[in-house]
Design a binder for this molecule. Sequence first.
Ligand code: ME8
Length: 509
Amino acid sequence: MTGSRYYITTPIYYVNDVPHIGHAYTTLACDAMARFMRLDGHEVLFLTGTDEHGQKVEKAAAKAGLEPQIFTERLSRLFRDLLPSLNVSNDDFIRTTEFRHIQSVQEVWRRLVKNGNIYLGQYAGWYSVRDEAYFSENELVDGMAPTGAPVEWVEEPSYFFNLSKWQEPLLRYYEENPDFIAPRSRRNEVVSFVSGGLHDLSVSRTSFKWGVPVPNDDDHIMYVWLDALTNYITAAGFPDCASETYTKFWPANLHVVGKDIVRFHAVYWPAFLMAADLPLPERVFAHGWWTNEGKKISKSLGNVIDPLELIETFGLDQVRYFLLREVPFGNDGDFSRSAMIGRMNNDLANDFGNLSQRVLGFVAKNMGGVIPTPGNFTNDDAALLDAAERLLSRLRDEYQSQAFNRALETVWNVVGAANRYIDEQAPWALRKTDPERMSTVLYTLMETIRYLAILMQPIVPTSAGRMLDQLGVGIGARDFRCLTEAHRLSPGIKLTKPTPVFPKYTETK
Ligand code: ME8
């Protein structure tokens, strides 16, 4: 990682349709990452936005009977409005129809031309509007794109980017930067694709108008992927390379994408940047694909999951937790109602929520809600506190590799240890026999919960925040610098009456 700034991006989503669970998933993963880095003291730029040009969007607008400008405005708003409902902490939202972006893409184009990497030719081949991608005859499977999307024959004058020239530089970059593409399976896929040879890429279209005009040749608009990928550098201030934002945040640390668009991010994007003499991002992570009860999510099957409905039914933090806990980031995952309820009730309500409610409820009932003064810590107390203290460095490693599920497993090991500790120490039995020992046990538990709640903020920000409220931890004492003995809870402070943070789901609800 470079210094203490961190730039993370989601893909910018096509505004051809309303947002669904897949879009929410990528954005939430980035949100967890961005929150973790902020709490860990980094200055973060977290970007998301919408991809508004190209044939796919133009066709969707026509189908809706609207001008593309009006249509994209409307749909982009839906994506933007979803963010607060998901409690997403993005710092910027970019639309490719914005002036700052058009200026930036045109400057990238000029640089590509200046460096001799673009030439005029004639494209003749297949195009899939759904994928916004070109395919050669031998890539087609039963007359369709490999993704199953229909293709159409396109023959038109076109500018080409000399992608073939970048094969060796790309392979060298992958070799020298083994973490550039993750997970490993995706990296292998990309390396073998590039090793197989690259064709020059058509980067302009003449048969429709909805795009950024090519500088000095108004007959052409830019290929939507050249336009779209450039959003990442636009939001970092390009073309003003002297700006504070640019010098601070470019190159990006992490582009999170779905596995469907790895090739664009791990092949085309670094090639464009090299060819324009611009620095390359540090890492592209491609996550897997969600299905619904075992079935591909698609409009025609009528099984598209609306993130707002999900939140309405199960609660926002519950959904955030489920999505990042259930499936290793990078693997495909299946959304099932029973798995969702299982995670919500077992992990959140029983394990974590109940731990805090039991402890704080006991303190409220038996100690007037005042943080107890601990006596000497025994080995058992110290073992639990040590386990909590060791979490941060473990979590740094897991987040660094986007292993959210392992990060959560690691946290749950300590949740489990705390639950075992409370049963073994049985503070309720100590109340009469050894009140001083009872105070130490409760204090040890409260301090452990403080660690757990602070570390869970990236995933369940509202609930962790409520837990910290109930522990009397001030807003200014919730970042990772406070995960030390010096910031321990102050005995004698009176707490508010605790209420359960993680409700259980019951079918009658
Ligand atoms: O590809 N499971 O936009 P897009 C998991 N505009 N993730 C899913 C998903 C699913 N079932 N469905 C969608 C584009 N996604 C381009 C990107 S970037 C410069 C341009 C997520 O609206 C996943 O992140 O088709 C995927 O990569 C993205 O949505 C595709 O969004």
